[in-house]
Write a protein that binds this ligand. Structure first.
Ligand SMILES: Cc1ncc(COP(=O)(O)O)c(C=O)c1O
Length: 396
């Protein structure tokens, strides 16, 4: 076989790649596995989406190539959703890009901007498509460690001037996976100002915009003055509507950036199955009947998770958004070792902080993807492991 391209060789292992196989082995051995790994809830999508899919699948025109244009009512529904939800208006035809899940759009966009010497600022821990796009585009990732010290915000004035000068893309994701941090409006204003001054494209990943609790309402980056000049925002039906496997999302930005992403995609895919986009319209239009009730289910799980993990001896903040708890480990307990042992010895899947990059060390992440009772059981098992690890440490 020929050698790999050097950009491919720079890719680390994908954090979730090994888990399904490992989980299968454990289940075959009779272990009662509790999976709190991927952000993929065991909840139903909106009934309206399922019903629309059932009819759309019988419409032959929806089974033809969608190309970049896709199903026009989907573009219109996205535009109306952005207007209703954030009060911002985007043209359905020139400012919205239908995506086969937001991940592909986030990764593919980088191919238009990255090359040797160009920098993508990657928050770490962070969602892996940021570095995927930057590395596959042949660019240089600048990894910024998200730590409690800055409330898990990327502080641009801490980044060396030489790096900022070469930066083409800044990736931000608030509400944040995996830390569950949120970004104050003043912070976003500062970031937009710097991106405008330095001509940096702000890729704002808003996958968790609807999963918020206790009255917190996450903003769109486009609610910030001047953001249209510099930002592209990514959205997804995956978390908001429990539609992870349907692969349906969108990007929104001014036409120059939207058409850039659309051009890359025109060489990579030929559009999504339009029946899914038709179901997506039904999902988007079901916001008021579906989302508040769904969020209430996640809130119950969040409350159960916080209480149970604290009871089991762990330290964590109460997240006001996302489906994650970012849980601190005692000093000296490596997160990968903890996660491996938790799976092997207790049958619980969690994500090691370090699997999201070195900046995530010292933490692990759980997802609220199962019932409060199962989450509580997982916390108890995790506490048992923590106690046994601490006991060994004490005898050293
Ligand atoms: C921060 C973040 N962005 C984007 C995505 C991708 O979502 P999808 O490709 O399913 O739309 C995820 C999924 O876990 C995520 O956590």
């Amino acid at each position: 076989m020929p050698p790999f391209a050097s950009r491919f060789a720079t890719l680390p292992e994908y954090p979730l790649a090994r888990i399904p196989q490992k989980k299968r082995e454990l289940i075959e051995r009779g272990v009662d596995v509790i999976d709190l790994g991927a952000g993929d809830a065991d909840l139903d999508p909106p009934r309206a989406a399922v019903e629309r899919m059932a009819t759309a699948i019988r419409e032959p025109t929806l089974g033809r190539y969608g190309f970049g244009m896709g199903y026009v009512p989907y573009r219109e529904a996205v535009s109306a959703w952005m207007q209703r939800r954030f009060g911002v208006r985007f043209d359905p035809m020139t400012e919205i890009v239908p995506l086969i899940g937001s991940k592909e759009g986030i990764s593919h966009l980088a191919l238009a901007y990255m090359e040797a010497g160009a920098v993508g600022i990657i928050p770490e821990p962070g969602y892996n498509s940021y570095q995927g796009g930057t590395l596959l585009g042949g660019g240089e990732p600048y990894r910024y460690a998200l730590r409690p010290r800055t409330n898990f915000l990327v502080e641009l004035d801490e980044i060396p001037a030489d790096v900022l000068r070469r930066t083409r893309i800044l990736y931000l994701n608030y509400p944040n996976n995996p830390t569950a941090a949120v970004a104050p409006v003043e912070y976003l204003e500062r970031v937009v100002r710097v991106c405008r001054e330095r001509d940096i494209l702000l890729v704002y990943d808003n996958a968790y915009s609807e999963l918020a609790f206790d009255g917190y309402v996450p903003p769109s980056i486009f609610e910030i003055e001047g953001a249209r000049e510099v930002a592209i925002e990514f959205h997804s039906l995956s978390k908001t509507y429990n539609m992870t496997g349907w692969r349906c999302g969108w990007a929104v930005s001014r036409p120059e950036v939207a058409s850039t992403l659309a051009k890359v995609k025109s060489f990579v895919d030929t559009g999504q199955f339009m029946a899914i986009q038709a179901a997506g319209v039904a999902a988007l239009n079901s916001w008021s009947e579906f989302v508040p009730g769904n969020v209430a289910v996640f809130k119950e799980r969040r409350d159960a998770a916080v209480a149970a993990f604290r009871r089991a001896g762990f330290e964590c903040d109460v997240p006001c958004a996302t489906m994650y708890l970012w849980i601190r480990l005692p000093d000296g307990v490596p997160s990968a070792l903890f996660a491996d042992r938790l799976l092997e010895e207790e049958g619980v899947v969690v994500m090691a902080g370090s699997s999201f990059g070195r900046g995530g060390e010292g933490f692990f992440r759980i997802s609220f993807i199962t019932s409060p009772q199962r989450i509580a059981e997982a916390a108890q098992r995790a506490g048992r492991l923590l106690t046994s690890m601490a006991a060994v440490e004490a005898t050293r």
